[in-house]
Each structure stands twice: as C-alpha cells, then as structure tokens.
Design a binder for this molecule. Structure first.
Ligand SMILES: [Zn+2]
Ligand SMILES: [Zn+2]
Length: 224
C-alpha cells in the first residue's frame, strides 16, 4: 500500500469531519484524496486496522477519533459546525483540535438522573462545575469494542449520580475524574491528527501522557 495515498485518505476523512461535522462519502474521499475506488477501499481498511478509523458492518466510517457519525450522548456546537461528540473525552478534545473552533458548547444528559448538562469548553482552561466523568472500560480493553467503550465515557452531575448509575446497571466502577482532569486529558491527546504525517501514540507515549495529566493506576495501564 502506498503510504501517501493512505495519508491522503486519512486527511480527507479527518478534514471533512473537522470542517463539516460528518464523514465524507466514498466518492468525496476519492475526489479529495485523488485516489480511485480500489485505493480508497484498501486505505480505509488499513486505517481501520491501525485503529485510526472505526467502520460499521457495511464498511462505512463511523468514527475517526475524536469525531463520529453516531449519537453517543454528546453534541458539540461551534461557531460554524455542529458535531456529535464520541464521548466525554472526545467531545472535550474537539475545541483543542479544530483550529478555527476554539470555543464550543458541549451538551449531554446525566445517564443516572437525566438532568440536562452543558459546558462552554475553550482552550484557555477547564470549565467550572461539580460534574464528573466516569469511564467504564479500562484502557487495555478499550478497543475490544470501541463503540461500547466510547458510549460509556459519560459525564454525570456528581459522584452521587455515578454511584446511582452503577447500582442501577450492576456495572463495576471504572474511573472517575473531575472536569479539570478531563479537560487536561482531552487537551493534547489528539494533537497532530489534522496534520500530516501523523503517528498514533504508542503505548509508552500514551502511558507518559496519562501520567502527565495526573491519571493513576491500572485503569490507565499505569502501575503506580
Ligand atoms: Zn445526575
Ligand atoms: Zn471516545
């Protein structure tokens, strides 16, 4: 596979998501990447194998983190663009990643009590608020079913609502963090994804990043 073609396909998908809030059609990918149908098909499969894209059963792109075509409980409204936020982490990452949208309104619903929740999220500092994020699936298992994982990285009113949701669903507690930690986690995680070339963080780099934003313990693949 020609790496340059794969990178043009990746950028066609990411740039369209960033600018328009949705995935391009196969036809648009071909035009933007200057590639034929077979090349695009091959590049998309390769990018999915590298976990740079998530495809549905018919092979269409449903996620290019932090972007998604799925409603996973978050909307992210910028000046010009409306996105679905893939999860709490991905939603908070969008204003850091998309250059001309540095301030967005993120809206969600508490999974426990159904209260509507909203934050203005910018690059200059975390939003204020008592809400907490709960991530259910440990990082080592995140890609076993990444759509399930993202759909269970949600924001709750408070620790109390996390407890109520865990009791109600019978799920085991994952990891709970405040808004400031979530904002830190999201701020640099996807940096470079809208540039070429792009290298995904390898496991040691990811571990170092998690540690640098104050995350701890085996949930994040960290020993201490
Ligand atoms: Zn609640
Ligand atoms: Zn996600």
């Amino acid at each position: 596979m020609n790496d340059e073609v794969a990178e043009r396909v990746r950028r066609a998908i990411y740039d369209t998501f960033a600018g328009q809030g949705q995935a391009p059609s196969r036809r648009q990918i071909q035009d933007l990447a200057r590639a034929d149908e077979a090349q695009v098909k091959k590049a998309v499969a390769e990018l999915a194998a590298q976990r740079q894209l998530v495809l549905d059963q018919s092979g269409d792109v449903v996620m290019a983190h932090p972007f998604t075509t799925l409603n996973l409980g978050f909307s992210v409204l910028g000046e010009r663009t409306l996105w679905f936020g893939g999860c709490a982490w991905d939603s908070f990452a969008i204003p850091h990643l998309v250059n001309d949208e540095p301030s967005v309104l993120i809206a969600s619903t508490c999974p426990a009590c159904a209260r509507p929740l909203a934050w203005t999220v910018t690059r200059s500092g975390p939003p204020q608020g008592p809400e907490v994020a709960h991530f259910l699936v440990p990082m080592a298992r995140a890609w076993d079913d990444v759509i399930y994982t993202c759909s269970h990285q949600r924001l709750f009113c408070s620790e109390h609502c996390v407890q109520a949701w865990l009791a109600g669903t019978g799920q085991a507690r994952g990891y709970v963090m405040d808004l400031a930690t979530l904002w830190q986690l999201a701020s640099g995680w996807y940096s470079g994804r809208l540039d070429s070339p792009y290298q995904r963080k390898d496991p040691p780099t990811a571990a170092g990043y998690f540690r640098s934003v104050g995350l701890q313990g085996p949930f994040w693949g960290l020993d201490d």
